[in-house]
Design a protein around this ligand. Sequence first.
Ligand code: SF4
Length: 197
Amino acid sequence: MERAIANLKNANALSLDGICGLGTAELEGLVRPSGYFRQKAARLKGFCSFVKARHGSLEAMKRLGGPNLRAELLSVNGIGNETCDSIMLYALGKRIFVVDAYTKRIVSRLLGLRNEPSYDELQEAFHSALRKDIGLYKDMHAQLVELAKRHCTKSDPLCEGCPLLEMCTRGAGAATGRQPRISCPPCACSFSSPAPP
Ligand code: SF4
């Protein structure tokens, strides 16, 4: 991803006008290092064209309220919950927590869930638990990504040395046979349905 961004910068195209002004083949070439380059180029161009046509600029788009903005973004082809909320938080400065596959994996293991919670359910849980602070949302998201890369990997997580080990159902249970120190209070959400040991 970093190389694709550097390519766009070097081509003086890291802007709405810049991206909209590129031909399809040229844009695909610039974002090629990020993988799935054809799909990404098409979606990037689609998003930039949408913003320009609808709002004229990102600054104008920022002035929309959160719920309206979210609904608008989700109506753009190729933009799902995670992409939408990443744009909202990082590009538009809106206070919304981004849930990704890493977050789902870590929380599921932490609480010993049989099924991964839904996007909305997990986002709501973070919104309720965290101080309402954009910087904190960004930091928490970044730390979860790092944790997933260093310790909570997709298969064979490296629980030894993980900062969440003492409170993790999977980690603490696997290492010592002890019960974890946290438990999920009974409620209506899927968080309260832990997997059997
Ligand atoms: S203790 Fe293990 S399973 Fe639990 S969050 Fe850390 S790496 Fe993941």
